[in-house]
Design a protein around this ligand. Structure first.
Ligand SMILES: C[S@@+](CC[C@H](N)C(=O)[O-])C[C@H]1O[C@@H](n2cnc3c(N)ncnc32)[C@H](O)[C@@H]1O
Length: 290
């Protein structure tokens, strides 16, 4: 951003958009507006409604710093420190994956199928920021949850988010490998586990995944390594689980459904997103392999 006076919101915004466009950021206008609103502590709409005020030296320096980081590819969610998911605000930082809008389909399906139950015990595997577990706890006020993650750093973020949304007492956060820390009989298992191939993660430069924890993304050569492990653990449990829902990449959904469906008595279903891509694998009456 140059030093051309006057330093109004409108001018700062224009210079920031030009800088982000130069850096190849596709969402340059939106990001410049979101970050200006963040620095000024105002709503995005007020950036356009009141373009005349002059930025203070601190505001200008803060904005320039954020625009420089955004130009290097850092996601807006990490720069602002929060992301909206399922109508709730979640604190996020590089310890956790930024919750994705497509994961709302998994939450919707789970809420729809579990709403008739009185007080289900639900497990969220690989909880990250806690987005799924917390959204479920808010949407299903009588549900109890156990949320696991192999990253203790991620669990710190998740616990803080649960406290912020006043559902901390209904979610038991446990560190460990998928279902390993759980000995209770569960009504439901939900999971958005890593499902990118290692090659996709390696090629992820220029997107937010470059800044997100690799352990939240990388699922080996075929993108199924972690989901496959979760399915194996689920099928090895002594008591059946009524329903399991896994978010998958469109390329993995059919294979995951086939692995679950191969167990005796398990019925599977695949839910597609609005674009018709298979995204959520649902399995009913998931019982131990005989
Ligand atoms: C794709 S992120 C999803 C985070 C969150 N569920 C969401 O939807 O925003 C996957 C999460 O699974 C965790 N994870 C990966 N492998 C795991 C394992 N073997 N056991 C437990 N958690 C694991 C990662 O640390 C990460 O937090």
């Amino acid at each position: 951003m140059g030093s051309s006076p006057p330093d109004t919101r409108a001018n700062a915004r224009r210079e920031a958009i030009a800088r982000l466009r130069e850096a190849g950021i596709e969402s340059a206008v939106l990001d410049a507006d979101l970050l200006l609103a963040y620095v000024l502590g105002i709503r995005k709409e007020d950036v356009y409604a009141h373009p005349e005020p002059v930025l203070s030296a601190d505001e200008r320096a803060g904005y320039e710093g954020l625009i420089a980081r955004r130009a290097r590819g850092e996601p807006v969610a990490y720069l602002r420190g929060w992301k909206e998911f399922y109508g709730l605000e979640f604190a996020v930082d590089p310890r956790v994956l930024i919750p994705r809008p497509e994961t709302e389909l998994l939450v919707d399906e789970t809420v729809r199928r579990l709403a008739p139950l009185d007080s289900p015990l639900i497990c969220d595997l690989g909880t990250g920021s806690g987005a799924i577990a917390i959204a479920l706890a808010v949407a299903l006020p009588r549900a109890r949850l156990i949320a696991t993650d192999s990253s203790t750093a991620a669990l710190e973020v998740a616990r803080a988010n649960a406290s912020r949304h006043e559902v901390r007492e209904r979610i038991d956060f446990r560190a460990g490998d998928l279902l390993a820390p759980i000995h209770e009989t569960l009504d439901a298992v939900v999971a958005n586990l890593p499902y990118l191939t290692s090659a996709e993660v390696d090629a992820g430069g220029g997107t937010s995944i470059e800044f997100e924890p690799r352990a939240a993304l990388d699922a080996g050569a075929d993108g199924l390594a972690v989901i496959r492990l979760a399915i194996a653990q689920l099928l090895a449990r002594p008591a059946p689980t009524d329903i399991a829902l896994f978010e998958c990449g469109p390329a993995q959904a059919r294979s995951a459904a086939a692995e679950l469906g191969a167990a005796p008595g398990v019925r599977t279903d695949i839910v597609a997103d609005l674009a018709g891509r298979p995204r959520v694998v649902v399995a009913m009456r998931v019982a131990a392999r005989r």
